[in-house]
Design a protein around this ligand. Sequence first.
Ligand code: 13P
Length: 254
Amino acid sequence: MEKDRKLIIAGNWKMNKTVAESVDLVNGLKRELHGVKEVDVVICPPYTALSEVSKVMIESNLRLGAQNMSEHGPGAHTGEVCASLLKEFSVRYVILGHSERRQFQGENDALISRKARAAHAASLKPIVCVGETLADRESGRTEEVVRTQIEGSLAGLSADQMHDTVIAYEPVWAIGTGKTATTEQAQEVHAFIRKLLASLFDETVARKVRIQYGGSVKPGNARELMSQPDVDGALVGGASLEVRSFSDIIKLSV
Ligand code: 13P
């Protein structure tokens, strides 16, 4: 599958996997994905497993990501984890503004943009998540909602920083529900986001930024989704928790 943007497929393990289970999973992925160079593969375990997973990932083609980070630097922020603490484990990417955090931790676009700027200041690449709810889609507000999230969450980032920013379009109604957006629905919103990036930044940003699709991605639908012209990878939840399904998604996409 030829595209001028390199595919990026990330596994968001969410609040799953003990340290031992994490190490097993990464060892299995290393074996299966050894030699895969056409895709950037990112693994995002829970914080508690980052240290051990980072050791297992040394000298592999896998990259480490975190699922969230604080907007602040080190200091009095009980329960939070900042960029410099993540960097200790060679974390390269950080998921920001996942819909579960928007919904259950009350994260808003302004906070997400501060986190994105803090990530860049520490040379971490943010994966900024956006996506509409079922009610938004059914009332014809998908583009309006996605536009507001993109404008707000990327506010204050420079064009240069955007080159190292990944966007994940995850329709909330497709997350963990088994309902995938159709390839047409995904492509339509991805193309809309790319056009928006051209108007907010410039054509080069629009051409270079990778936009992942997320929401019930499985081996059975990965290839078709990623063959769409503006779909540059996937952010995978449930199917990233097993060696077979996650490595199949990657192998089927190249
Ligand atoms: P599922 O793949 O389980 O639907 O989760 C998607 C997701 O939220 C990834 O961040």
